[in-house]
Write a protein that binds this ligand. Structure first.
Ligand code: SF4
Ligand code: SF4
Length: 373
């Protein structure tokens, strides 16, 4: 499948893709690190939103600024910048979420030169009477700050166009999730992961075209009868930069049919209203989408959401992918585990760092878990 191969190539060398894209389009690239960054505004302003990831390489430069007990995502992203591998980035946007990201923003501002830097101070509690108005004001301020940095006035019409593009992308990705959940053989977990990652890096118009083509082709060719006896699993956690994990689970007799990841379903969930004021539409999505544990919206909302994802995808168990030293997710884990137990949904916890544990060891752990499902 030509388009799928193209997306996989972009993901395997995303820095070269972005450099070439900038050269050909004359656009700027704006880095962001968290799914609370209002990308729709960046795309509306004529720049390419680029999600920043840790490159899973040896982290040493970042250690002079961050303690080793900060999560490897934050340390890894800083390492990329300090090693000057992100020289194609024209500016960065840091939404205030967890403590680690807030500190990363401060360190970035003081140490990474020649790019604009915008903090977005989002409300922490999303269910207070003033949260909506405050969030709208924050997003309006961001529209102005970003417009100034990009030297463009981001009008409502430009923003509504961008929202339409994002809505189409999100709807198609959800369609891909649904197709794969019915028949996981349709597209391998590794390829699926590549599509998701490409959505956060590529020219969004081109990505939309490519994704439509991939889905049409998958629907046409199909995958035959779904394999029987394979145990269906939901992956839950923050950021997953480990495509290999899908393959290891598949080798162990399972398959990931859905996820509750920040680089997965949580990033795509929530269609924005195209008929209301666009800033209000983005605000509404942030207030209603499934939250990450760095935000507050009803005490048990994340647990309830995870249980309904398991039920809707007919999954039999949950694998928690916990980045070491990620406090927000670690604090949520005990109560969510308890809720899953009450709902008779088995789960296992896997601590990961920049690198996965040795594959053999991992496979044994998954096999043991899958046997109890
Ligand atoms: S898990 Fe939360 S804080 Fe971390 S990147 Fe995702 S949205 Fe941001
Ligand atoms: S939410 Fe967790 S994984 Fe994400 S940046 Fe914060 S500490 Fe790291």
């Amino acid at each position: 499948m030509e388009k799928l191969t193209e997306l996989k190539n972009v993901v395997s060398d995303s820095y070269s893709y972005i450099r070439k894209y900038k050269q050909q389009s004359g656009k700027k690239a704006v880095g962001y690190s968290c799914s609370y960054a209002p990308e729709e505004l960046i795309w509306a302003g004529g720049a390419l939103p680029v999600r920043l990831f840790s490159a899973n390489e040896n982290i040493h430069l970042a250690d002079t600024h961050l303690q080793s007990y900060c999560c490897s995502l934050v340390r890894g992203i800083l390492e990329e910048a300090l090693a000057n591998r992100l020289d194609f980035i024209d500016g960065v946007v840091f939404p205030h979420t967890c403590d680690s990201f807030q500190r990363l923003s401060d360190i970035w501002r003081l140490n990474i030169a020649d790019q604009f830097h915008i903090d977005i101070v989002l409300p922490v509690k999303l269910d207070t009477p003033s949260a909506k108005q405050y969030l709208q004001e924050v997003l309006e301020k961001f529209r102005k700050d970003l417009g100034k940095a990009l030297d463009v006035e981001i009008t409502d019409a430009m923003l509504t166009d961008s929202i339409k593009t994002y809505n189409k992308i999100r709807s198609l990705i959800i369609k891909l999730y649904e197709l794969r959940s019915k028949n996981p053989q349709l597209i391998s977990g590794v390829d699926f992961h590549a599509v998701i990652k490409a959505a956060m890096i590529m020219d969004r118009d081109y990505f939309l075209e490519a994704l439509s083509e991939i889905i049409a082709q998958l629907e046409k060719t199909g995958a035959g009868e779904a394999k029987t006896g394979v145990r269906k699993i939901v992956l839950s956690g923050s950021v997953c930069s480990h495509p290999d994990i899908y393959g290891v689970i598949e080798e162990a007799g399972g398959v990931v049919v859905w996820d509750d990841l920040c680089t997965g379903y949580r990033y795509f969930e929530g269609i924005m209203d195209e008929k209301i004021n666009p800033i209000e539409a983005i605000t509404e999505r942030y207030l209603n989408r499934v939250i990450c544990p760095a935000k507050h919206l009803q005490l048990r909302r994340r647990g309830e959401n995870l249980i309904s994802l398991v039920k809707n995808s007919a999954a039999e168990g949950v694998v928690f992918l916990l980045l070491k030293f990620c406090d927000p997710h670690a604090f949520d884990y005990p109560y969510i585990k308890e809720m899953l137990e009450k709902a008779n949904i088995p789960c296992m916890l896997l601590d990961v760092e920049t690198e996965l544990p040795p594959i053999g060891q991992l496979q044994t752990r998954f096999e043991t878990f899958i046997q109890i499902l």
